[in-house]
Structures are given as structure tokens and as C-alpha cells.
Design a protein around this ligand. Structure first.
Ligand code: GLU
Length: 327
């Protein structure tokens, strides 16, 4: 008797769950049908979760959903700049975070885009400097870039702008990938592997402070390897998108002195397939809600309408141009 009652209870639960599941499915379908035909999907390609593109992209998606009628925006994680340009090209995303150097190479068919020029890539705006940060644990005793020879070095995710920066900077110091053990890791993977002693150093091209480096520095004393002015000048001669800057003391826990570095600019790219009105609306929504962006990450504070064309390396989309020309 007890057994039968138990069986009945189980059966009742099973049928309830089934009914619920069916209900959910039905509702979802209904929702999709109810969505207006004109709903425009705006996928934003960002980077890894421990970078800066990702939280900023999330804030931008939220801004677009609130402020641009008929838009359904989402931010997605990716391998960053180079992967994002590919996603723009194949139409799987409509807006992409990209380094200005990578955007230039894509638009002009140079460097990794030699014979693979990306037609129709346009800029919306430039955002903030992305510092090439080269981080090691202090106890590894790696003091400078020359000290990376023979070491296991995270050079960025495959398809990242970071990876291109790592290659170019090492090359300026006469080091090739044959002289190191390159590891293609996202920022989060690099941080974990550095903490666990599986790698010796990592390149991180991102606005500072970067979450991945904060994560390492919270547990270990870190060294940031300098790119001294004379080496930077040599690098800039060959790759003019680099600019010199310094990482101020105290950017990371226990970082007592400032560190000479180089940076590129983060920017937003779209393609000429985006109509002028949409590019205008997106640009206007973002620049009209900079407080929300600044709340997502400290570098958000350096995003300003007045400096939105500084370092723009490719032609601006006419819709963005229209917005920036308005008083
Ligand atoms: N600039 C990096 C890259 O393209 C990504 C930075 C980030 O995720 O914030 O490789």
C-alpha cells in the first residue's frame, strides 16, 4: 500500500515537471512570435571575462536596450580584437571592440591581414588607452623583457590583439617565439596559470587596472616589466599606433613605483552594412550614458565625446560622424 502511494506521488511529480516544461516551451515560442518583426539584434563582441571589453560591452548592451527603440543588444565573450574583426566580417556581430592597431591592419590589409583586407570596416569611436602590461611574479626574478628568453610566456588568446602586441614587442627586443615557450591563453587562464606556477609571465593588453592582474596581485607580489623609452621609440617607428605612457604606482597592490609602458587605443568598430540611423542611435546612446559606462570599469571615466576621434585609425561610420559633428 505504502509502495503504491509512493509510486503515485512520484508519478504526480513527474507529470507536474513535464507539464511545467511543456508550459515553458510553449511560452517561449509564443514570446518569439510576439516579438515585433522590426526587432534589431545588436551583438557586441567583447573579449575574455577578466578583461575590460567584457564589462564595458555588458554596460553598452544595457544602455542600447534601454535607449534605442527596437534594439535587442547582447554582449558576448570572445578571443578579442582579431576574433572580433572576423565576427564583424561574417556578420555574426554588429559591433566589436577592437584595438586601433588591429582595426588599421584589417582595413588596410597589412600585418595579420596581409592579402586578407577587410572591406567595409568602419569606426564608431575610440574609447581609452589599452596598456600592454607584461606581468611576472616577483619571485621569478624576471626583471625585464630580455629576461623572458627561454620562459613560458602567455601571449594572449589566439585571435587577440594582445598576441599581436606580444609578438611585436618581443621582436623589438630581438626575441622571437622560438626563443620563448608561447602559451595562447585568455587573461583569466593566464592569471590562473601564473598563480599556479605553470607559466612565468603574461602579456595583457587592456585598460588598467585589469581584473586578471588584480587577481594575481591579490595573492602574489608581481613585477610589471618596463618598456623603456628608447625601446618604445624603436617600436613606435615600426608600429606607429603605440604610444608611451606609464602605469602609475599603486595601480596594483604592492606596486610601489610607476612602470614605463606602451599602449594602443580601444575602439568600437562596425561595418558599412549598418545603416546611418542605427550607427547614429548607438553612438548617441553610448555617449549620452557615460556614467553607466564609468560605473562598469574605472577606464570608463576616460571615455569622452571630445576625445572620441583621437587615435581613430579607420574611416568613421557616417552615422557616428553625424553624431560627433552635432554641437
Ligand atoms: N585588447 C585586448 C585584445 O584585443 C582585449 C582587452 C580586453 O578584453 O579588455 O586582445
Amino acid at each position: 500500500m505504502l509502495k503504491i502511494r509512493k509510486l503515485l506521488v512520484v508519478l504526480a511529480i513527474v507529470s507536474m515537471v513535464a507539464a511545467l516544461a511543456a508550459g515553458c516551451g510553449g511560452k517561449k515560442e509564443g514570446d518569439q512570435k510576439a516579438a515585433p518583426e522590426s526587432k534589431k539584434f545588436v551583438n557586441i563582441a567583447t573579449g575574455g571575462t577578466a578583461g575590460v571589453y567584457y564589462p564595458l560591452g555588458g554596460a553598452m548592451a544595457e544602455i542600447l536596450n534601454k535607449n534605442v527603440t527596437g534594439v535587442n543588444a547582447t554582449a558576448q565573450t570572445t578571443g578579442a580584437s582579431v576574433a572580433n574583426v572576423s565576427a564583424l566580417k561574417d556578420g555574426s556581430v554588429q559591433v566589436a571592440f577592437v584595438q586601433n592597431d588591429i582595426a588599421f591592419y584589417a582595413a588596410n590589409g597589412t600585418e595579420m591581414y596581409k592579402d586578407k583586407k577587410v572591406e567595409g570596416i568602419k569606426g564608431l569611436s575610440t574609447l581609452y588607452p589599452e596598456t600592454i602590461q607584461i606581468v611576472a611574479l616577483e619571485k621569478s626574478n624576471i626583471k625585464d623583457i630580455a629576461g623572458l628568453k627561454g620562459k613560458r610566456v602567455a601571449v594572449g588568446a589566439a585571435g587577440s590583439g594582445t598576441e599581436a602586441n606580444a609578438r611585436q614587442i618581443l621582436e623589438a627586443f630581438g626575441i622571437t617565439y622560438n626563443d620563448i615557450k608561447p602559451q595562447y591563453l585568455s587573461f583569466a587562464e593566464a592569471a590562473n596559470n601564473l598563480k599556479d606556477g605553470n607559466i612565468d609571465a603574461a602579456f595583457v593588453t587592456a585598460g588598467h587596472p585589469t581584473a586578471a592582474i588584480q587577481d594575481i596581485a591579490a595573492q602574489h607580489k608581481i613585477s610589471l616589466l618596463p618598456v623603456a623609452a628608447d625601446s618604445a621609440d624603436k617600436l613606435i617607428k615600426q608600429y606607429p599606433f603605440y604610444t608611451k605612457l606609464s602605469i602609475p604606482a599603486g595601480t596594483y597592490p604592492n606596486q610601489d613605483s610607476e612602470v614605463a609602458a606602451v599602449a594602443v587605443m580601444a575602439m568600437l568598430a562596425v561595418t558599412d552594412k549598418m545603416d546611418d540611423q542605427m550607427a547614429y542611435d548607438i553612438t548617441k546612446a553610448i555617449y549620452g550614458n557615460l556614467d553607466r559606462i564609468a560605473a562598469a570599469h574605472a577606464v570608463g571615466k576616460s571615455i569622452k565625446k571630445e576625445s572620441a576621434k583621437n587615435g581613430m585609425s579607420i574611416p568613421l561610420h557616417p552615422g557616428a560622424e553625424k553624431y560627433f559633428n552635432e554641437k
